[in-house]
Design a protein around this ligand. Structure first.
Ligand code: ADE
Length: 243
């Protein structure tokens, strides 16, 4: 199936998703994906967007890895997408050319905090899931290509940083590798598109940077998502699955 036939965008925060829905004209009423979960989906004839929804206990957006996996699974079962894009904000790295608002497209995807010092489980912990090759598209749109790395914390420990240096991560998020794992189980092509809100290797606190730069990054993310969807949709067969 051509990658642009039925792309699915999976997101975690409503404030990141709202501008994306608006640029993609996904303004219809959402539908819940499962009675027990808050995951919801917006669908049009050419693109779908799934969101984790708010945590029922804490009343905040359900960020991080478990909700990302549940939403991805429910949405994939429903729409049978041609491509899944984990979209959102991420931390970047000054030492690898990162800057606020930079748009990053995955060429690989790992977990950086699943440290399991048992030989048979090390590779399992790291993930390194399949990512569809969108390098030509990414370059043509001016996106930075590289490793997207996932963990369940907004900050990073020394061990996390060492792990991310080992594969030269350009974007640190809290969902992409979970989505990638589900995609691999369903044999659906996967990528991640991330806009940088904060620089992991700067002296300023991650949380403060995140809040100050959120608006500019989400604007860049919604523009970039639209550009990517338009390109894979209009180029059609040129971007049939290459695995
Ligand atoms: N989302 C935005 N910035 C992030 C960071 N530094 N780590 C994880 N997720 C993020």
């Amino acid at each position: 199936m051509p990658l642009g036939e039925r792309p699915l965008i999976v997101m975690a925060m409503e404030a990141e998703a709202a501008p994306v829905r608006s640029t993609l004209n996904l303004e219809t009423q959402s539908e819940k994906l499962h009675p027990a979960f808050t995951s919801e989906i917006w669908e049009s004839t050419h693109v779908c967007l799934a969101l984790n929804g708010q945590d029922q206990r804490y009343g905040v957006d359900s960020i991080a890895s478990q909700p990302a996996a549940i939403t991805s699974m429910l949405a994939i079962e429903r729409v049978r997408p041609s491509l899944v894009i984990s979209a959102g904000t991420a931390g970047g790295f000054v030492k690898r050319g990162g800057h606020i608002g930079q748009v990053c497209l995955a060429d690989s995807c790992y977990f950086h905090d699943r440290r399991i010092q048992l030989e048979a489980f090390e590779a399992y912990g790291n993930g390194n899931y399949p990512v569809v090759d969108l390098g030509d598209i990414g370059k043509s749109l001016g996106f930075q290509l590289g490793a997207v790395s996932t963990g369940n914390a907004l900050d990073a420990t020394e061990a996390d940083l060492v792990r991310m240096d080992s594969y030269q991560a350009i974007a640190k998020d809290m969902e992409a590798a979970s989505v990638a794992w589900i995609c691999e189980q369903f044999n659906v092509p996967f990528t991640a598109l991330k806009a940088i809100t904060d620089l992991v290797d700067s002296d300023e606190s991650t949380a403060e940077q995140f809040v100050s730069n959120f608006e500019i990054a989400t604007q860049r993310l919604s523009d970039a998502t639209k550009e990517l969807i338009e390109l894979i949709t209009t180029e059609g067969e040129d971007y049939a699955i290459r695995t």
